[in-house]
Unconditional design. Structure first.
Length: 180
């Protein structure tokens, strides 16, 4: 083995799926790209990491709700573009030709072009680490969408695309919740 710069260690583990998080601040909708996500429980509870560097963070703190939208590989350039401009001075829905769809339980919009959308309520914040813990309250998937491969950020400007799925459900049956 050879040494890896400690500053690059996160690139070995970061590769969770990139998500788009939408918020509404009582005036307008916004979208931020998040690559730091975590599934915390089967219930489902999720965590994302964001902070004041993202314009949407204030809306998330104040309204305590958002939508996690799951884009696919055909949306990669839009996803990166969303993450490299600010909602402070950009209407990201218009700029990236995305369609907002009213949610049922939160004011933040779903994104029609995404494979899936999860309406969430903020249930906890770990300020020291800018971690926002979210409880899913509704979820949707587009079964007609042909492209289903998700994208994962490595953290250095490169990405990994989902590949072949490998089924081990029988081996894991005793550890999975009923209905999966």
């Amino acid at each position: 083995m050879r040494a890896l710069k400690l500053g690059k260690a996160f690139t070995l583990m970061e590769s969770g799926p990139i998500v788009l998080v939408t918020t509404h601040d009582e005036q307008k909708d916004n979208i931020m790209t998040i690559s730091w996500t975590m599934v915390m429980d089967f219930t489902p509870v999720f965590a994302i990491t964001t902070g004041d560097w993202n314009h949407s963070c204030a809306a998330l703190r104040n309204n305590r709700e958002c939508v996690i939208a799951i884009p696919t590989v055909d949306m990669l350039d839009r996803v990166v573009g969303i993450g490299t401009c600010s909602g402070k001075d950009t209407d990201k829905f218009a700029k990236f030709k995305l369609t907002p769809v009213h949610g049922k339980l939160v004011k933040a919009p779903l994104i029609k072009e995404c494979l899936a959308n999860i309406e969430c309520k903020l249930i906890d914040t770990i300020e020291k680490h800018n971690i926002f813990v979210l409880q899913a309250v509704a979820a949707y998937i587009d079964p007609a969408r042909k492209e289903r491969r998700m994208v994962h950020a490595v953290g250095d400007g490169t990405f990994i695309v989902d590949g072949r799925r490998m089924d081990r459900k029988k081996m894991m049956a005793s550890r999975l919740p009923d209905g999966l």
